[in-house]
Design a protein around this ligand. Structure first.
Ligand code: NAD
Ligand code: TYD
Length: 352
C-alpha cells in the first residue's frame, strides 16, 4: 500500500485533492496534514472522514521537529504539498506569515522528505509541489500567455513567497536529486472556496444584499479553472509527470473582474427570483489593491499534449454548479463567516 502525504488538505483545493485520492485509490493510504488555520476546515471532508484509507494529522509545517517525527513514524512514498497562506490581501498586511509557511514550511518539508528517503534511495518516491501562475508576474500585452519557460517576476508578497518555495523545490532536485515535480495553476473557483476570495465573497454578499467591493476599475483579468479540474490535473501530474519537470495548469478562460461580477449578479438574480439588474446595483468600486497585477493567463498546451489533460467543464456550467453549491450549503458559509467551524474542530483536535 502506498502512503501519500497531502499537506493543506483541509483547505479549498486540498480538500478536493484529498477526496479524489481517497475515493479513486483505495489501495493508497492518504494522510492529510493541516494546521487548521482560518482557511482550514474539516467540514470540507465530512463525507470521507471515516474512510479506512484516510488519516487526518493536525500539524504545522513550520515545525521542523514535528515533521521529522512524522516522517520517522510513517514512511511516505509521496508528498503532495498544498499547505500555504494563499490570500494576496493578507500577504500585503502580514508578509511574514507568508515567509514562514510558504518558504520556511516548504523547506522544512523538503528536508523531512530528503532525510527520510535518502538512506534507501529515492526510487519510487515523489515530492509534488503545488504552485500558482502568480509567480510569473503580470501580463500587459493581450497576446501573451504564461508558459513553463516564462521568467519568474513575482509582484506581491504572496507570489514572492510562492516563487521562493518553487525555487527551493527545484534546487533540492538539482542539488540532492530529490525527485520533485511542480505545477503552476491559474485562479481556481468552486465548492468550499473560502469567502475572502472574489467569487465566493460576491456570492455571499449578493445573497445578503451587501455591497460588492470591486477593486479599482474592475479591469484586472483572471483566468478561472474549476477546482475539480485542478484536482484532476494534480492526479495526472503526480502519476505521469516527468521528474524534475514543471506543468502549467489553466482553462484558457479569461475574465475581467467587472464582467465576472456582473455575470454572477445575473445568475444570482435568476436563482433568487429577483428582477434582473437587482444585484448589480450592489456593485461598489473601492480603492485598488496595492500593486494589483493586471492580467494572468496560462498556456496549458504542454499538459494537454504531454499528459492528455484538459478541463472537463465549461465556465458557464462550472459557475452554475458553484452558485448552486453555495446556495445549497448556506450552513457551511454561515459557519465559516461566523468562525464556528474553527471552535468546533479546535476542541476536537486540541490534544493531538
Ligand atoms: P487555502 O488557503 O484554502 O488552504 C490552505 C490550507 O493550508 C488550509 O487548510 C490551511 O489550514 C493549511 N495551512 C496553512 N498554513 C499551514 C501550516 N503552517 N502548516 C500546515 N497547514 C497549513 O488555499 P488553496 O486556495 O486551497 O490553495 C492551496 C495551494 O494551491 C496553495 O499552495 C496555493 O498557493 C495553490 N494555488 C491556489 C490557487 C487558487 O486559486 N486558490 C491557484 C493556484 C495555486
Ligand atoms: P482573489 O480572489 O483575491 O484572487 P487573486 O488575487 O489571487 O487573483 O481576487 C481575484 C481578483 O478579484 C483580483 O484581481 C482582485 C479582485 N478582487 C476584487 O475586485 N474585490 C474583492 O473583494 C476581492 C477579494 C478581489
Amino acid at each position: 500500500m502506498k502512503k501519500i502525504l497531502i499537506t493543506g488538505g483541509a483547505g479549498f483545493i486540498g480538500s478536493h485533492v484529498v477526496r479524489l485520492f481517497v475515493q479513486k485509490y483505495p489501495e493508497y493510504q492518504i494522510y492529510n496534514l493541516d494546521k487548521l488555520t482560518y482557511a482550514g476546515n474539516l467540514e470540507n471532508l465530512t463525507d470521507i472522514e471515516n474512510s479506512p484509507n484516510y488519516t487526518f494529522v493536525k500539524g504545522d509545517i513550520t515545525d521542523a521537529e514535528f515533521l521529522a517525527q512524522l516522517f520517522a513514524e510513517t514512511s511516505f512514498d509521496g508528498v503532495i504539498h498544498l499547505a500555504a497562506e494563499s490570500h494576496v490581501d493578507r500577504s500585503i498586511s502580514d508578509p511574514m506569515s507568508f515567509v514562514m509557511t510558504n518558504v520556511v514550511g516548504t523547506v522544512n518539508l523538503l528536508n523531512a522528505a530528503k532525510s527520510s528517503w535518502a538512506p534507501s534511495g529515492f526510487a519510487g518516491k515523489r515530492f509534488y509541489h503545488v504552485s500558482t501562475d502568480e509567480v510569473y508576474g503580470s501580463l500587459h500585452n493581450p497576446d501573451e500567455f504564461f508558459t513553463e519557460t516564462t521568467p519568474y517576476d513575482p509582484k506581491s508578497p504572496y507570489s514572492a513567497s510562492k516563487a521562493a518555495s518553487d525555487h527551493f523545490v527545484r534546487a533540492y532536485q538539482n542539488t540532492y536529486g530529490l525527485p520533485t515535480v511542480v505545477s503552476n495553476c491559474s485562479n481556481n473557483y468552486g465548492p468550499n472556496h473560502f469567502p475572502e476570495k472574489l467569487i465566493p465573497l460576491m456570492i455571499h454578499n449578493i445573497r445578503n444584499n451587501k455591497p460588492l467591493p470591486v477593486y479599482g476599475k474592475g479591469e484586472n483579468v483572471r483566468d478561472w479553472l474549476y477546482v475539480i479540474d485542478h484536482a484532476r490535473a494534480i492526479d495526472v501530474i503526480f502519476h505521469n509527470g516527468q521528474t524534475g519537470d514543471t506543468y502549467n495548469i489553466g482553462g484558457f478562460n479569461e475574465w475581467k473582474n467587472i464582467d465576472l461580477v456582473n455575470l454572477l449578479c445575473s445568475i444570482m438574480d435568476r436563482k433568487l427570483g429577483r428582477p434582473e439588474g437587482t444585484s448589480a446595483q450592489l456593485i461598489t468600486y473601492v480603492t485598488d489593491r496595492a500593486g494589483h497585477d493586471l492580467r494572468y493567463a496560462i498556456d496549458s498546451t504542454k499538459l494537454k499534449t504531454e499528459l492528455g489533460w484538459e478541463p472537463s467543464l465549461q465556465f458557464a456550467e462550472g459557475l452554475e454548479k458553484t452558485v448552486d453549491w453555495f446556495l445549497q450549503n448556506q450552513s457551511w458559509l454561515d459557519n465559516v463567516t461566523s468562525g464556528n467551524y474553527q471552535k468546533y474542530y479546535q476542541d476536537m483536535y486540541a490534544n493531538r
